[in-house]
Design a binder for this molecule. Structure first.
Ligand SMILES: O=P(O)(O)O[C@@H]1[C@@H](OP(=O)(O)O)[C@H](OP(=O)(O)O)[C@H](O)[C@H](OP(=O)(O)O)[C@H]1OP(=O)(O)O
Ligand SMILES: Nc1ncnc2c1ncn2[C@@H]1O[C@H](COP(=O)(O)OP(=O)(O)O)[C@@H](O)[C@H]1O
Ligand SMILES: [Mg+2]
Ligand SMILES: [Mg+2]
Length: 358
């Protein structure tokens, strides 16, 4: 008789359990061999990916592929024209494709292959495709008293009749200027065409469906908070400058928002006023990330956050993106490699936990 996980077992039982354990480990590594605990450098974790060419180029850069390879991670391009189940086997599937058919394919695959980690579930991603539902999780959070406050700017959704917009804005009591954002985020350039509207009348020129959000002065800096599983990385990017009260009386019309925040030059090295440039407090980000991971059911996303000008600790989330441009995140190669390896380890732990609770 021997003891295993606190239980007394005889030799035969022990042998059976060891055999079971081998099988489980094999399943999780597709038989290519994760020995107990950790994938070994000469063994494979197969990551199937379905990404646009643009994304593949910006994310699966040679440095990343190289580092991952040394840790036994192999990336395999999924052929979207062939049945997914005929390809692989995969340990992980990474995807960011927008076609509706793809969502159905990947959903079906998840059900048929629960042993594969699909990053992330399509219905959870869907949540971020609409600028109203995207921020709902933050609204519900009511994060205050956690080294700062996090909210979302006041906003309304307009789905029809642009001529009614000035009335809707007045009814909702929104203050000008407003940022007009296409309601749906579908990966097209159009869904990133934003405008700042300085007067009520020009609002009627906008094309619904859209979100009208109060402009929050934030000193021209946006914090991009990148989440990769448990890891959080913050970078500063340039954003829109503050508007003054005088602008409001002088400026009319609608101005397109330049995509300054996606420029490669980060604001990290710029000589900025510390009260604007200081990163949001770590405990606040940890709480926010933990809650959003859970509420959104996503492991790969980023949050655009701004600090209300003149405050130290009042923040607004203005945007959440699924599987954003990680290629621009410092050290993403290492962070991602560790994340992918951790997925196998946690599956292994899960399986041994399940076994030990029998
Ligand atoms: O192209 P990149 O690298 O700038 O990444 C885009 C993101 O930029 P960011 O990482 O925040 O600087 C970008 O973030 P923003 O919306 O610009 O804040 C989006 O996530 C975009 O995806 P989609 O068009 O919304 O599906 C992302 O585009 P895809 O790479 O997913 O096509
Ligand atoms: N409510 C707001 N107040 C001030 N600036 C904003 C606001 N919303 C967006 N912006 C500016 O517009 C940029 C793009 O807006 P965002 O909501 O992130 O759309 P996208 O999904 O296209 O990135 C932000 O990075 C920021 O510079
Ligand atoms: Mg954004
Ligand atoms: Mg976005």
């Amino acid at each position: 008789m021997k003891k295993l996980n606190g239980k007394v077992v005889d030799e035969e039982e022990l042998e059976e359990l060891e055999e079971e354990k081998e099988k489980v480990v094999e399943t999780y590594s597709n038989g290519v061999g994760v020995s107990f605990g950790f994938p070994q450098p000469d063994q494979n974790l197969v990551v199937g990916y379905a990404l646009t060419v643009k994304k593949e180029t910006s994310f699966l850069k040679p440095n990343f592929r190289g580092l991952a390879r040394t840790k036994g991670i192999k990336f395999v391009c999924i052929d979207v024209n062939r049945p997914l189940s005929d390809q692989g086997p995969f340990d992980v599937v990474l995807h960011k494709l927008l076609a509706k058919e793809w969502c159905e394919i990947i959903e079906d695959y998840r059900h048929k292959h629960p042993e594969v980690t699909v990053l992330d579930p399509p219905d959870a991603i869907q949540h971020l495709r609409n600028r109203k539902s995207m921020l709902q999780g933050v609204v519900d959070l009511n994060l205050s008293d956690c080294h700062g406050k996090v909210g979302v700017p006041r906003q309304i959704v307009v789905t029809k009749d642009p001529s009614s917009i000035p009335y809707e804005v007045t009814k909702a009591g929104l203050k000008l200027p407003l940022v007009a954002k296409p309601l749906l985020v579908d990966g097209t350039a159009k869904s990133h065409k934003l405008f700042v509207a300085y007067d009520q009348l020009s609002l009627a020129e906008l094309e619904p469906p859209l979100v009208l959000q109060e402009f929050v002065n934030h000193g021209g800096i946006v914090f991009k908070v990148y989440i990769v599983g448990e890891s959080i990385t913050v970078v500063k990017r340039f954003s829109l400058p503050n508007h003054g009260k005088r602008d409001l009386s002088k400026v009319a019309g609608m101005y397109p928002v330049p995509r300054v925040s996606s420029y490669l030059s980060s604001a990290e090295d710029a000589d900025l006023d510390p009260s604007i440039a200081e990163h949001p407090p770590r405990p606040l980000l940890e709480k926010l990330a933990t809650e959003l991971r859970r509420r959104l059911g996503l492991r790969l996303f980023n949050i655009d956050m701004i600090r209300e000008h003149g405050t130290r600790d009042v923040f607004y989330v203005i945007d959440i993106n699924y599987f954003p441009g990680y290629g621009k995140m410092p050290d993403y190669e290492r962070v991602f490699t560790e994340f992918l390896l951790s997925l196998v380890q946690s599956k292994y732990k899960e399986s041994t936990f399940l076994k030990s609770s029998f």
